[in-house]
Design a binder for this molecule. Sequence first.
Ligand code: NAD
Ligand code: DAU
Length: 379
Amino acid sequence: MTAPGAGARLLVTGGAGFIGSCFVRDLLARRDGTRIVVLDKLTYAGNRANLAPVEADPEQAARFTLVQGDIADPAAVAPLVADVDGVVNFAAESHVDRSILDPAAFLRTGVDGVYVLLEAVRRETDRVAAGERPLAPRLLQVSTDEVYGSVETGFSRESDPLAPRSPYAAAKAAGELLAGSYHATYGLDVVITRGSNTYGPYHHPEKLIPLFVTNALDDQPLPLYGDGMQVRDWLHVSDHAGAIDHVLRFGAAGEVYNVPGSHPVPNRDIVAQLLAHLGKPWSLVRHVEDRPGHDRRYAMDGTKLAALGWTNRVAFADGLAATIDWFRANEAWWRTARSGDWGAYYERQYAGRLARAEHGARAEGAGRVAGSARRGTES
Ligand code: NAD
Ligand code: DAU
């Protein structure tokens, strides 16, 4: 099998989202002849504007096509897969909190959608055996560190058992297990990446860093779940996209590769850093009820990817500062992302939590006043 490299024809599913669009922008900007078709359902998280830099450049635009469609729709998927050397599947519902509110779409895209992609690749693999095409397409399934579940100590290795704890993580685990089974059973050329918490430009404002940056810019409360001591391992989006490209080119068929950020930070510290950069006060933070089943810590061992020759390039302090500045400079982008169902989602996810946090803070304040008044009487 020869993995797709320079000049390849790629199908990038979910390529109008946060990480997928970075992958498309970065690959096409290399001007190495690679041609990309993006298949994207353009859900609330998909945004054609994320690909505007590509569409504005005639040389890149000539090597790029956007098709609006669903990876769970075989009629949309089959003809596109028939025409490419590789499929990179970013398409997913990606927000843990939404998976807790409404899991159905997570299963449709994360399980049924992956099945439809695999069946299409299987058909193309059969066509190779029939002498109808020279090589089968490689499929790279983009997965996540969340499939390991909460890792209290140590570092997850690729051979560790999976223990997903949210409907999002369970759908991602199901998708990658299905992909692995098609390699073992039908000999499909499948590779899997498990990336850690990714940040950077074009990140949807429902996620921690962009939510807190944009709320802080509006002087709105920042809803920090629980004690804020949960640890996430932060990976810049261009490093995540670069690692995926590296595994697509050099990864061994049937293998899984962790993609760690190697920059673990408790949520509280991230919030303190972004408030300091924005010059906004900690008093914007509200400690609200925790996410149900909230994973305490993710941490992955990156030895296998390093041995394949990949190293991250972006230092966290630089990446975070540039990301915050990007959001400051691109208000129209994030205001658009906060349209559609945003108001209803925000109300459902946060209104009760924020109201109860205010109520709790008022009750605590009143208790303190009554306590000191009592102490005053007693003395
Ligand atoms: P995102 O939500 O920003 O983008 C997802 C994209 O998929 C959107 O453009 C959306 O329109 C599209 N999509 C959704 N359902 C679809 C369907 N049925 N058919 C076609 N397109 C569909 O997500 P992201 O943060 O860019 O994540 C991309 C991938 O990386 C996901 O598979 C996610 O699980 C994985 N991942 C994300 C992170 C992270 O921190 N963001 C970390 C590790 C892995
Ligand atoms: O670890 C990889 C995963 O990272 C990806 O697979 C997911 O697609 C991606 O969304 C992300 O999941 P998280 O749940 O870690 O990201 P999120 O930005 O939602 O939350 C990061 C941390 O911040 C988490 O501990 C929950 C906390 N948080 C989040 C939000 C949205 C808050 O405290 N308050 C919030 O309002």
